[in-house]
Design a protein around this ligand. Sequence first.
Ligand code: SF4
Ligand code: SF4
Ligand code: FES
Length: 249
Amino acid sequence: MPSKSVLFKIRRQSSPNDKPHWEEFEVPWHPGMNVISSMMEIARNPVTRDGKPTTPITYESNCLEEVCGSCAMLINGKARMACSALVDKLEQPIRLEPLSKFPIIRDLTVDRSVLFENLKRVKAWVPVDGTYDLGPGPRLTMQDQEEAYPLSRCISCCCCMEACPQFDEATGFVGAATISQVRLFNAHPTGQVLKRERLSALMGDGGIQECGYAQNCVEVCPKDIPLTASIAEVGGEVMKQALGDLFRK
Ligand code: SF4
Ligand code: SF4
Ligand code: FES
């Protein structure tokens, strides 16, 4: 073993029905190393701390610069991105676990498709598909762009959902990321055409009223998205639409 090393404790599970267990690894220290580079090191030499050969850890990653959103996991109990988690800033042994609120696939890989289903539910897109040229869209003012940009930085990592006390199977809550995307697309001059449908999709079970405003989501978001401001704004719009519908009946 090199003079300086980093200790990892990793929760392993070879399949969804397998019983989870922990394995420890000692990885040579390098300046500036992060959790993903440590996993690559383990993959090059998959041997546990006590010398037992094992399989490389299964995890997701792609961009390695906190842009793709794939490497979210629990690091020392906190939902965050593994590619930007610097080893030198973490207490050891560094404990790695899969996100706990999503179906496990293997080791640190989980199925986060619920977020994509939720985004479909609220039609989180600008409808521009057609069989003919629709021409250029409306111009956005600089102020509109500045308001939209922070919301557009979502990387679909699901950390906000993992940290949210209301996000579970019982509530079916869509979660903060989806609500914030409703705010983004409802503010877009072309996206606005679906505004009513988006707000309707946030009414009822699993909708915005499930939010208890605990604010965990905004604290863990790696892209500093103003999630609670989005929840407040979209909540007001949902309420306004619901009341309008009630009086129209
Ligand atoms: S404010 Fe709290 S309850 Fe609402 S989405 Fe964020 S973490 Fe969940
Ligand atoms: S809102 Fe933030 S925490 Fe939630 S999915 Fe998007 S980037 Fe991740
Ligand atoms: S690998 Fe893309 S966000 Fe971490």
